[in-house]
Design a protein around this ligand. Structure first.
Ligand SMILES: NC(=O)CC[C@H](N)C(=O)O
Length: 348
């Protein structure tokens, strides 16, 4: 039954079945992960995007809050070959449109051939092609969401594991996944999650052993405030970053980021460490990359598929960043030791 429509860039219409009603628009992206749908759907990095799952059946082990990465569903809409009732009901309850019964292989191939694209969705008994097209026409380019950080950051400081024996971490929340905080707390760090617009006074009252720039949605060039924080404390406090965090650190230190064709999107992205030659499998979901790390950062890890920088470091200044997600959830645990490394840096 056709009661849902996708309008892709170029005004191509794809028919589908509505699983959660509503209209939405956003940048159309995908993940090839075959598990971890609860984690992906609650990852704030997907804000203002429409997430297509290429794995055909999504929802086969239910929906459990313990696996959520934040307190809400983050993508603007969801696309899959087949969504179970559990997931469809969850998305409907959250007011996030969802569609299935369409050829998601075709959609992912189109994104890979044509690059990241705008998309409009209309789902439900009254949905029309015209509604989907209207959504498409309203869709902004990712870089036009200049205030996206305000949509995902905490509004006041939250402290985890107060009095913990380990390092004190100031985590600048650009849309942090819960697993990053958990990975630090499991290693006994006291974690102060700070709003993106935290002042120097706010940071100094934490007196951190480590400054951590989180993952997050959108174009890293729109995260000026996080960049200023890096600029202020570089050389004084060790700095770590994950995904958007790596991009923000590179931009702050004279580097440059750029939009990729369709990004790295799955849980089997191979990364080579240039010092040890070891390759690890990693989780990734990013559409931008560091094109130039600037003069202060060494590229220590690269993506085996396309040689883009996956790790940046400066031993003297105490900086370690990763483009992938060492915290996994979903995905392989090969690189969890990143958290040991950054906390060691903090305690030195
Ligand atoms: N997962 C992330 O932090 C994503 C970073 C950034 N928004 C990108 O798409 O490249």
């Amino acid at each position: 039954m056709t009661d849902a429509y996708l309008a892709l860039e170029g005004e191509r219409i794809v028919e589908a079945r509505a699983r959660a009603p509503g209209t939405a628009n956003g940048e159309l992206v995908f993940t090839t992960a075959y598990t971890g749908y609860e984690e992906s759907l609650t990852d704030p990095s997907y804000e203002e995007q429409i997430l297509t799952f290429s794995y055909p059946l999504i929802g086969n082990y239910g929906v459990r809050e313990e696996r959520f990465e934040s307190d809400r569903v983050q993508p603007n809409a969801v696309v899959a070959r087949e969504l179970t009732d559990d997931v469809a009901e969850w998305l409907e309850g959250e007011g996030v449109p969802a569609v299935d019964h369409l050829d998601t292989r075709d959609i992912v191939t189109e994104i890979r051939d044509e690059g990241a694209m705008k998309c409009g969705i209309a789902a439900g008994p009254d949905a029309t092609e015209a509604d989907a097209l209207e959504q498409l026409h309203q869709c902004k380019h990712m870089s036009e969401h200049t205030d996206i950080v305000a949509q995902v950051s905490v509004s006041e400081e939250i402290v985890y594991n107060e009095g913990g024996d380990g390092a004190t971490v100031a985590l600048v929340d650009c849309g942090a996944k819960g697993s990053i905080i958990d990975s630090l707390v499991e290693r006994d760090a006291e974690v102060h999650v700070l709003p993106y617009d935290a002042t120097e006074d706010d940071i100094e009252s934490v007196d951190p052993d480590l400054l951590f720039i989180s993952n997050g949605p959108g174009d890293p060039e729109n995260f000026e405030r996080a960049g200023e924080v890096v600029d202020t404390y570089v050389g004084e406090v060790p700095i770590a970053g994950i995904c958007l965090g790596q991009q923000v650190v590179a931009n702050a230190l004279g580097g440059e980021t750029e939009k990729m064709e369709f990004g790295h999107r799955g849980v089997n992205q191979p990364v080579r460490d240039l010092r040890t030659d070891q390759v690890v499998m990693t989780t990734q979901n990013h559409g931008y990359t560091v094109a130039d790390p600037g003069d202060d950062l060494d590229v220590t890890q690269i993506n085996v598929n396309d040689d883009t920088p996956e790790g940046l470091e400066n031993d003297e200044l105490g900086i370690i960043t990763r483009q992938y997600h060492p915290e996994a959830n979903p995905g392989p645990h090969d690189s969890l030791s990143f958290f040991d490394d950054v906390l060691e840096l903090a305690e030195e």
